[in-house]
Design a protein around this ligand. Sequence first.
Ligand code: NAD
Ligand code: MG
Length: 401
Amino acid sequence: MTDVDGPRQRVAVLGSTGSIGTSTLDVIARHPQRFEVVGLTAHQRVDELVAQCLRWRPRWAVLPDAARARAVRERLAAAGLRTEVTSGAEALCELAAAPEVDTVMAAIVGAAGLAPCLAAARAGKRLLLANKEALVVGGALFMQAVAEGGATLLPIDSEHSAIFQCLPEERRSWDARIDHLVLTASGGPFRQRDPATLATVTPDEALAHPNWVMGRKISVDSATMMNKALEVIEARWLFDLAPERVRVVIHPQSIVHSMVVCRDGSVLAQLGTPDMRVPIAYGLAFPERIESGAARLDFGALQGLSFEAPDAGRFPGLQLAWQALAGPSGSTAVLNAANEEAVAAFLAGTIGFTEIHRVNAATLEQLEPRLPVPPTLDDLLDLDRRARSLARALLTQRVPA
Ligand code: NAD
Ligand code: MG
């Protein structure tokens, strides 16, 4: 049997040089008859982007910064490539909405990915969402854009892909059939570490995730469990469920990727080795299934699967998800902005690990957003700026030991 009949899916990978971006290209490389890469985008990794362009020969390459874009343009022209290299936030949105693009892989990290996600949603694309911060910030506006644009939104976050795979295909029956969702969390590198020592852990220790190889920001988020907080918010919007119907359990082996608890008590789960190429392949081929390159689960070799409730003392950031979801419109954008700033400061060595939560909680507490429902993109970007500036001010405040 051939891989596929008919025209190839034309894919733009936003954030192509990152962990999800490169895994996406790895899956695509296994199916040349099925997919065509038409757009690639990066932020700082110019060499990697040039190498990807030489390999994939996309029609467009986009970078936020004009000087870096010029450098890429010159190098690609010297190599005889006709790739059009553009720059700026607007250029990212143009790529995401271009008529020559069928599928957008949203793999930019952070709120910077919101505008191109909205552009893709409004243009009715098949939108593969890894960029969870975009949905945490965009919330109702994001989901409205998906509905109005007629986009097909496919979750790439492994937990949300797992839930999506367990749900009935008819979206309208979800609410009636589901009791609640259970997101699994690995617990990260500090699950068993003495909480009294967390204040002095280094960025390298926080980045050493036991099960997944990921970008730096999400790795730190996994160590604080803010990643799971963002995922609770993401699930609330993706599956349109009240926040109290989204729960979290720690599952250190990262084999069960999440679960759906049905009205009748039956529990549906999706399992697999921890490899992001599985949800990526699912999103790319949905509703079909294609080879992802991931190792198969060897049940005979499993040492067992365990589950435990998250310890609120060790992971105080987790409950900020429900707190922000209960707050006024825009609260989850405030939490996200604070966390992006705090994580960057921790990675830069400016603040300690436990300061991340202090800054997040204080920013959420002190900034009351009061945005309309749903807000506009400008409302959200303005709020994002205000929250970042408050968070940066709070970063420099030292609490007495
Ligand atoms: P990464 O840091 O490895 O890659 C981020 C990509 O975004 C890079 O290509 C970078 O060039 C680009 N980028 C960064 N800042 C940008 C900006 N301001 N403007 C434009 N482009 C910018 O991150 P990642 O681990 O691949 O994660 C990407 C997204 O996917 C995140 O939202 C993350 O939470 C989500 N996600 C990642 C994983 C994983 O396993 N890595 C799993 C689930 C969800
Ligand atoms: Mg996840």
